[in-house]
Design a protein around this ligand. Structure first.
Ligand SMILES: Nc1nc2c(ncn2[C@@H]2O[C@H](COP(=O)(O)OP(=O)(O)OP(=O)(O)O)[C@@H](O)[C@H]2O)c(=O)[nH]1
Ligand SMILES: [Mg+2]
Length: 171
């Protein structure tokens, strides 16, 4: 099940609904501007009732320097843990391959506040090589779980360290 926890950005709900449709899976959403923790709570209640597992909760993009928004993530984690033992089982930080060294500080803050367990590195189909994740993996010990190489369902791939290193050194 998907939970539309990005209640901030215009059309984020509609965008996630399109993905749920493509994948043929249920989605829980509320009105734009709703409390993302309430969306998460609803989704977990629905998932428990109907036996949906796993639940993927989309969250709004945010700067790691915005304390109130980082506190919102902490609240979501707390509520997830209260409703489902051991939740959130994974917290994935999506980093765009064009992100520079500032990505390391971002990853550090997100790990501290949201308990990040892994990274998704997107836009590797562009010109960027995504070298910042080497520093993130080394300094924070966070695994790269998936890479994005396009905009279709099949373009989110499990991470292959060998292929990634080879692509960095390609001329
Ligand atoms: N070429 C390419 N495009 C991508 C990739 N990942 C995402 N995109 C595109 O980038 C745009 C932004 O993607 P989103 O998934 O909305 O990004 P987001 O991080 O959720 O952004 P916010 O919700 O605004 O924080 C969309 O048009 C995606 O289709 C990728 O790996 N490669
Ligand atoms: Mg988004």
């Amino acid at each position: 099940m998907l939970a539309a926890g990005d209640t901030f950005r215009a059309a984020a709900n509609e965008q996630l609904e399109i993905w749920a449709g493509r994948l043929g899976i249920p989605i829980v959403k509320q009105k734009p501007g709703a409390d993302p923790a309430a969306v998460l709570f609803d989704a977990l209640a629905g998932a428990k009732k109907h036996g949906h597992d796993p639940v993927i909760v989309d969250t709004a993009g945010r700067l790691h320097t915005k304390d109130n928004l980082m506190a919102e993530l902490e609240k979501m984690c707390r509520i997830a843990g209260r409703e489902v033992a051991g939740a959130p089982h994974q917290v994935l930080l999506v980093i765009d391959a064009t992100t520079g060294q500032n990505g390391l500080q971002q990853a550090r803050e997100f790990r501290e506040h949201a308990g990040t367990t892994g990274i998704i590195l997107t836009k590797l189909d562009g010109t960027a090589k995504g070298g910042v994740v080497v520093a993130i993996a080394r300094e924070l010990g966070l695994p790269i779980q998936f890479v994005g190489v396009g905009e279709q369902v099949e373009d989110l791939l499990p991470f292959s360290p060998k292929e990634f290193v080879a692509s960095i050194f390609e001329a």
